[in-house]
Design a protein around this ligand. Structure first.
Ligand code: BGC
Length: 794
């Protein structure tokens, strides 16, 4: 391979080399036809593959989010997940999937917490490594991100994270080290600075990444994270997105004047060529990938979603007996979140809500009880008719003055235009549909967007405004722009012509035209108190109340951190009121990260569903009715209140975010503070009972026999922690050192073997990795707080 790389490199002059080290477009690496190098599209990632465009006409399978995957504690599931992701990538002509996201859950407020795996570096590394291996086994590149210490979102483009070497090596770099060891072909560097230098120029790219670890793949910048032309002399290899702006012509000048050595560029080009050979981009030979049928993909997503659900508490109400009459309540029962917000968004072609999933499985009634938001929702397809085609949907016309550059029939009223070539040439976009009222009453009709927007209803202009963005972060501008609305009283079945014209403003540097435009509605609804009372009434008369609560896209998303761990709206009040009238209340939490649950001791069961992907409702019905066990365990400590959380604040002070807690994050911090969380790291219940035999320790290998003593099949996750009394080094009270998951039939026994990595015994000292001689204690059990087995290891 190296000889071929040199041969191709020798054929390229400076301009052709420079063309390769910047993107060709927003999500596409540049090619060079003369040497047979294809343009290679890349795509977010990580929980599905969106493709180059954000377009509902090319849907994607939506998988469970990062916290959900980690909650399975079962890296073998990643073989199938990786194969599905690779299949999706091939289908969409994608050469690298921009994931996994493996920053750590340093604070539960972190806006991309849902996308990351865990607060623990070992659990993160195990999952991430399996993801990378599985995707790449099918010839598609994985791209672990964001290197490094991009653990929260506040001021993400400018924050300077101050973190000591030990915490870097033992916690934040460790998952990257493992994925590089596993052979990752691409790594994305982060927006933030670490210890004074922005990550796209940071010496950590040279050492340890490209130095000691020997990473020979491509370091791609996070989108627009390259800040200068001079940075081309540093460790970032590929500046995204394109077309070239900072590294194009200005860089050519600096190289010609001798300010930057051409050899620095050669190294980047070699890496890009190596990547191309690995993914079949240089000789055009795409590697085979397994083909998932639609039904197989759905089955897999459903299985992983149920394996990820964590049962925190159960007084015996679950699983529900056949024919149990349930009142399915809560705002997320019919309008759940399948996935988290931001660049991780994919558009699924098919979704199952909790209400849909439970319908037909159990007799049910439903009302939301609480409205989560005052926001307009994108007008649903079922009530829109495209006036151009007569089909369900809307028409999008791209206008340049009086000229119409193009017309698209769209089936989504939420347009996210990123790198859309037509948009780049247009001065405005017009959306038109005929909206049909499927209930009578006061409808709110409006739009979300940024810039100059006009709304006409039945030919009359009712809004004409200039909307300023509420945040400078492109993710928020695209996905959560400001909204405006008017109210119209409509009879059942009445139709109204809706037309939105939104101006296309100047392009954003490096990103080009980005535009989020939504044609939104809010249906007539009961007054808040009536709706609340209606839900409590349904709960009173049902055998079991299932309340599905959750966060919103505004709260848990890329680009912002949360400001509170409370559930939005009156959800806490609703759960308490339902539990007061129905002693058999089950709460399902639809969030990617911890939320406060002040009612947790007043309800019969609490089940965490995370953002479980498109099959949410089907998986939930499987778990509630006991077709399968909820297989998850907490990948992160669940606090009772934010006031208890030892590491919480993510706001930089004078631009600096101090990781002053050093190695003590997550359960390590809780143990050190001596504070009890609501539920500890590693905790999760199933539907059967277990016995474990004696722990046998042979050097770094642990064995233990596990028996399913109950009457149902079940999954157990055996966890091993190390601790060290009388240490000369500051250490956590204990730390995760290994784990193993088993699924057993009733009465079945299995010996679980866990090999603790040598690294689990090491710490980062002034001279690098060190092992303190002497005795460690190994503790084994089923959560960080439930460790009945102990042994000594020398
Ligand atoms: C995110 C990355 C993502 C990229 C491309 C950035 O804003 O931080 O995770 O891969 O956009 O969408």
């Amino acid at each position: 391979m190296e000889d071929r790389i040199e041969k191709f490199l020798a054929e390229l002059d400076l301009d052709r080399k420079l063309a390769l080290i910047s993107g060709a477009s927003l999500f596409r690496m540049a090619g060079d036809p003369a040497i047979g190098l294809a343009e290679m599209p890349v795509s977010d990632g990580p929980s599905g593959v969106r493709g180059e465009n954000w377009d509902e006409s090319d849907p994607s399978v939506s998988l469970p989010c990062g916290t959900a995957i980690a909650a399975t504690w079962d890296s073998t599931l990643l073989d199938d997940i990786g194969a599905l992701i690779a299949t999706e990538a091939r289908r969409k002509n994608v050469y690298a999937v921009l994931g996994p996201t493996m920053n750590l859950h340093r604070s539960p407020l972190g806006g991309r917490h849902f996308e990351c795996f865990s607060e623990d570096p070992l659990l993160t590394a195990e999952m991430a490594e399996a993801y990378v291996r599985a995707v790449q086994a099918h010839g598609v590149g994985a791209c672990p991100k964001h290197y490094v210490a991009n653990d929260s979102e506040t001021d993400r483009f400018t924050v300077d994270v101050h973190v000591d070497d030990r915490a870097l090596r033992e916690l934040y770099l460790y998952p990257f080290e493992r994925t590089v060891e596993a052979g990752a072909w691409m790594v994305m560097d982060a927006y933030n600075s670490v210890n004074g230098t922005t990550m796209t120029e940071n010496p950590l790219l040279d050492e340890p990444l490209k130095g000691t670890w020997g990473f020979d793949g491509v370091v791609v910048s996070d989108w627009t994270a390259v800040r200068s032309t001079e940075s081309a002399a540093d460790g970032t290899d590929l500046c995204m997105p394109g077309p070239p702006y900072l590294w194009g012509e200005p860089l050519a000048e600096k190289i010609r004047s001798g300010e930057i050595a051409e050899s620095a560029i050669d190294d980047k080009v070699r890496r890009i060529l190596r990547f191309a050979i690995r993914v079949g981009g240089l000789d055009g030979t795409a590697r085979p990938t397994p083909v998932f049928s639609d039904a197989q993909a759905r089955d897999l997503v459903r299985r992983v979603a149920s394996q990820a659900m964590v049962l925190l508490r159960n007084d015996g109400v679950l699983p529900l007996a056949p024919h149990t009459e349930v009142a399915v309540l809560g705002p997320s029962a019919r309008e759940p979140r399948f996935l988290g917000g931001g660049s991780a968004t994919v558009i699924p072609g098919h979704t199952v809500t909790p209400v849909e999933g439970l319908t037909g499985r159990l007799p049910l009634t439903h009302t939301a009880g609480v409205y989560l938001s005052e926001d307009l929702i994108p007008a649903p397809l079922a009530i829109m008719t495209d006036p151009e085609t007569g089909e369900p949907g809307l028409s999008a016309r791209y206008l340049a003055g009086d000229a119409v550059l193009g017309v698209q029939h769209r089936t989504s009223s939420r347009l996210v235009l990123l790198g859309e070539p037509l948009a780049a040439k247009s001065s405005a976009i017009e959306l038109r549909t005929r909206l049909r009222a499927d209930v009578a009453g006061d409808w709110q009709i409006g739009f979300g967007g940024v810039g100059h927007i006009r709304l006409d209803l039945d030919g009359e202009t009712v809004l004409d405004e200039n909307l300023a963005p509420e945040s400078a972060d492109p993710a928020a501008m695209l996905l959560d722009p400001p909204q405006r609305r008017v109210t119209r009283t409509l009879a059942l079945g009445e139709e109204i012509d809706v037309r939105v014209v939104t101006g296309i403003e100047a392009a954003m540097p490096g990103l080009g035209i980005i535009l989020g435009a939504t044609l939104g509605i809010r249906r007539p609804r009961r007054d808040d108190d009536e709706e609340f009372a209606a839900a409590v009434e349904l709960a009173r008369t049902a055998a079991v109340a299932v309340v599905v609560v959750g966060t919103t896209e505004q709260i848990e998303s890329e680009g912002v951190d949360r400001t509170s761990l409370r559930l939005p709206g009156r959800q806490d009040e609703l759960v308490a009121a339902v539990a007061a009238v129905n002693p058999r209340t089950v709460v399902v939490v639809n969030s990617g990260a911890p939320v406060e649950m002040p009612w947790r001791d007043e309800v019969s069961a609490v089940l965490l569903a995370w953002f479980p992907g498109q099959e949410f409702g089907a998986a939930l019905a499987d778990v509630l009715t006991g077709v399968v066990e909820p297989g998850g365990r907490l990948p992160t400590t669940w606090p009772a209140t934010s006031a208890d959380v030892p590491v919480l604040d993510t706001s930089p002070v004078d631009g600096v975010l101090e990781y002053s807690e050093s190695i003590h994050i997550g359960y390590r911090a809780w143990l050190r503070a001596g504070t009890e969380p609501a539920y500890p790291f590693g905790h999760g219940l199933g539907y059967t009972s277990w016995e474990t035999g004696d722990l046998v320790v042979n050097e770094r290998e642990l064995t233990l026999t596990v028996t399913n003593t109950g009457g149902r099949p079940g999954k157990q996750v055996v966890q091993a922690y190390l601790s060290r009394a009388d240490s000369a080094v500051d250490r956590p009270v204990r730390w995760l050192a290994g784990f193993g998951a088993v699924t057993l039939a009733p009465g079945e026994s299995r010996t679980v073997t866990i090999t603790l990595p040598a690294r689990a015994f090491q710490h980062w000292g002034p001279d690098g990795w060190e092992t303190e001689p002497g005795e460690f204690t190994v503790l084994v059990g089923t959560s960080v707080d439930d460790l009945p087995h102990a042994a000594r290891v020398h």
